[in-house]
Unconditional design. Structure first.
Length: 239
């Protein structure tokens, strides 16, 4: 049986960029829909099934941050890649806080866009993994790949694909510090110094979901100058 092509939505008010992206992405084997403003993009995102959304920030009718927030409420498991000229640290942080999984600054090379798309789609398929060696339960934490959820004692929380992959990665290294470089490589499949902030923002979102008190975390700990450490039994060894 032939594998069904992934369906992507491009939301960008710049006609030239929108058409170039649609052309190149379609020629890479994806089904592509487009929207020319935020309201149209949100409507299509909510009414149709997409495997990934590419989202501009500065658009008429509704900006990309608000579109992203609304998509995350209705469909929290859709990978979202922001493509925008707004490239300051504050802009990126706002994008991640709104629920974006990745953030690429214009101008960009199409090969970089395709690399990010492949990485995000891979994370979106974590529920289809068949590796029997996967750690699905440890201590107080259980992860549910099919629904991209985590069970913390009696509390079930919904995770984004990126948050799930971060937690999954940390659960492969129980009680062992995991470096930022390792997270970038295993979760994103690439990395640079400027992507460290991206990791920290997503870890912060994950921590808010699995911890009762983020100031004194029980499970997800920061290891200074290294990265993060997961103690799923809630016992913190000396870092």
């Amino acid at each position: 049986m032939q594998k069904m092509s992934k369906r992507l939505l491009i939301v960008d008010d710049d006609k030239q960029i929108r058409e170039l992206l649609a052309f190149d992405i379609a020629h890479s084997g994806y089904i592509v829909d487009v929207a020319s403003d935020g309201q149209e993009g949100l409507k299509k995102a909510l009414e149709n099934h997409y495997d990934l959304i590419l989202l501009d920030v500065m658009m008429p009718k509704m900006n990309g941050y608000d579109v992203c927030k609304n998509i995350r409420i209705a469909k929290p498991d859709i990978p979202i890649l922001m493509l925008t000229a707004k490239g300051t640290l504050e802009d990126k942080t706002e994008g991640f806080d709104c629920g974006a999984d990745d953030y690429l600054v214009k101008p960009f090379e199409i090969q970089e866009v395709l690399l990010r798309i492949r990485a995000l789609l891979r994370r979106g398929e974590v529920g289809q993994k068949q590796n029997n060696k996967e750690v699905l339960r440890a201590g107080d934490i259980e992860i549910l790949p099919e629904s991209l959820e985590a069970m913390i004692l009696d509390k079930k929380v919904k995770l984004t694909p990126t948050e799930f992959e971060i937690l999954y990665c940390l659960m492969q290294h129980i009680n062992t510090p995991v470096t930022l470089a390792t997270l970038l490589d295993e979760v994103w499949g690439y990395g640079s110094d400027e992507d460290v902030r991206m990791v920290r923002v997503h870890v912060g979102g994950l921590r808010q979901k699995i911890e009762q008190n983020t100031r004194t975390p029980k499970y997800l700990h920061t290891v200074v100058n290294v990265g993060y450490k997961l103690t799923p039994f809630g016992v913190l060894e000396e870092l």
